[in-house]
Every structure is written in structure tokens, then in C-alpha cells.
Design a protein around this ligand. Structure first.
Ligand SMILES: [Zn+2]
Length: 75
């Protein structure tokens, strides 16, 4: 399973929002999406059991789940 840890990419991500259990980051350096390999625009990470996804412009997105969190990559 592809893993993703924002801390591994901290230098290339700009944090836009952080609630403790959720975080929203902008991809500043063309990091590839672990699900499809294409660079993503933003990644939303949540550790909550249920999360309301922020509104987006209809862009396609990928989902990656690991032991700790779910990551939503918006392209
Ligand atoms: Zn993707």
C-alpha cells in the first residue's frame, strides 16, 4: 500500500490549515500523488472517523489510506 507522510515532504508542502486532526497542504514542488503518480495540487489529511470534505472546484482526486489517517489528493 502506498504510504504518505506529510513530514517526509515538509519542505515541499505549504500548510494552509491545521485543526490537529485534519490538515490541508499545498504542493509547492510537484510531489507525485502516491495513488496515481501525477503531481497533486493539494492534499487533505484527516484522522477523524468522519470528515466533511472541503468544497473544491470539481477537480479529480485520489484517496490513500494508511494505518493512521486518510489522505485526499486533489489534482
Ligand atoms: Zn492521484
Amino acid at each position: 500500500m502506498p504510504a504518505f507522510d506529510v513530514h517526509d515532504h515538509r519542505h515541499a508542502l505549504k500548510q494552509l490549515r491545521d485543526t490537529g486532526d485534519t490538515g490541508l497542504w499545498a504542493n509547492r514542488d510537484g510531489i507525485p500523488c502516491p495513488a496515481c503518480g501525477a503531481p497533486f495540487a493539494r492534499v487533505f489529511t484527516t484522522r477523524e472517523e468522519a470528515t466533511r470534505i472541503p468544497a473544491n472546484d470539481g477537480s479529480r482526486f485520489c484517496l490513500v489510506r494508511d494505518d493512521d489517517a486518510v489522505h485526499l489528493f486533489r489534482h
